[in-house]
Design a protein around this ligand. Structure first.
Ligand SMILES: [Zn+2]
Ligand SMILES: [Zn+2]
Length: 352
């Protein structure tokens, strides 16, 4: 275990680097708490960039199974930094952090933010301290980290999902709208198999929403391979235990309406990145200056474990009944009589 008190910044930076999704909380929490405490002490100060860099580096841990106190301290400090840094002068149209948003496909940033050194080197050349250390850039990184740890907990994240997500969304949109321009069996199977072992809350929510949006197509007469449904069932069954045990904090009716498969399909990929979630926020007018005006929309309900568990149950019910219908259609499991309504073949049209 590392005692962070008395360490120099380079020593701390090495310690932050050693923290990953699987780090035990005894090891990670003291580092997170130390970093959060330093940031909270002066969230708009000269050194804020260092502690923001530290929390960004430890986002993988913070987005998976952090100690709750460490998680809350990190979020409070990041939110305080966003607020304090936003008020400082900046004359730039854009900042270096935005260039990395396209790489946030699984949401965890493993590269350099440049916040420690004041310099960022990419294929396009170097960016110097004037932009890298601009309060707007430091606030941008703080926003991204906070939004990955607790989706929809900050506003004014720049809009734009990673290009790869946008392409997946389009491919699946073709499928749910019944004009696939690819092999739907392959796409649906790959999608079902594509969840990382320790997904962020946004990536896990997006996966379960996508599975729900596409299950109606999978159980329609368009899909005649059992393996597609089996892969989807397996994917959803394996994803459900990854939901954390946070209680639902929403009023009845605040959970999202996913009955339109095309809209749900879009949300399924938008949920997987800060820039994608910003698109959802923008759609609800949630990202505007007047925060009070939009408090009625509980966007964080999209990542509520209770909502997602219910959605996954609906998805599994649909997929399992689709699989049963295969048995009937193949003649493998002929119906034994009218007194078994659960063996009835579902109707062809599964639009919810
Ligand atoms: Zn700036
Ligand atoms: Zn809820």
């Amino acid at each position: 275990m590392i005692d962070p008190t008395g360490l120099t910044v380079p020593q701390l930076a090495d310690a932050w680097q050693s923290i990953h999704t699987t780090s035990p909380s005894e090891e990670a929490d003291p580092l997170v708490l130390d970093c959060a405490r330093r940031l909270a002490a002066d969230p708009g100060g000269e050194q804020a960039r260092l502690w923001v860099a530290g929390l960004v580096t430890m986002t993988g841990y913070l987005a998976w199974r952090p100690g709750r106190l460490a998680e809350q301290a990190a979020l409070d400090a990041l939110h305080a930094a966003v607020k304090a840094l936003d008020g400082q002068p900046c004359s730039h149209d854009s900042h270096p952090f935005q260039a990395e948003m396209d790489a946030l496909e699984d949401e965890i940033w493993l590269g350099d933010t440049g916040l420690l050194t004041g310099k960022r080197t990419t294929d396009e050349g170097d960016t110097g301290p004037e932009r890298v250390l601009c309060p707007g850039n430091v606030a941008g990184w703080a926003r991204l980290a906070a939004d990955v740890i607790a989706p929809f907990s900050v506003r004014r994240v720049p809009v734009g999902a990673p290009e790869y997500h946008e392409s997946c969304r389009k491919t699946l949109s073709g499928i749910v709208n019944d004009y696939p321009y690819c092999d739907p069996y392959e796409e649906l199977t790959d999608e079902a198999d594509g969840l990382p072992a320790r997904p962020t809350r946004g990536v896990l929510a997006g996966f379960l929403v996508t599975m729900n949006a596409t299950c109606w197509y999978a159980t329609s007469e368009r899909v005649t391979e059992r393996s597609v449904l089996e892969a989807m069932i397996k994917g959803v069954e394996e994803a459900v235990p990854l939901l954390d045990d946070r209680p639902c904090t929403h009023d009845p009716g605040e959970h999202p309406d996913t009955r339109d498969p095309d809209a749900a399909n879009s949300a399924g990929y938008q949920l997987r990145s800060p820039g994608g979630r910003a698109e959802i926020a923008e759609y609800y007018g949630w990202d505007e200056e007047d925060e009070a005006e939009h408090e009625d929309v509980a966007l964080d309900a999209w990542v509520c474990p209770v909502f997602l568990e219910g959605l996954a149950e609906d998805t599994l019910t649909e997929l399992r009944s689709g699989l049963e219908a295969f048995g009937t259609a193949d003649g493998d499991h002929p119906e034994t009589g009218d007194d078994e309504p659960e063996a009835d073949a579902p109707e062809a049209d599964h639009e919810p």
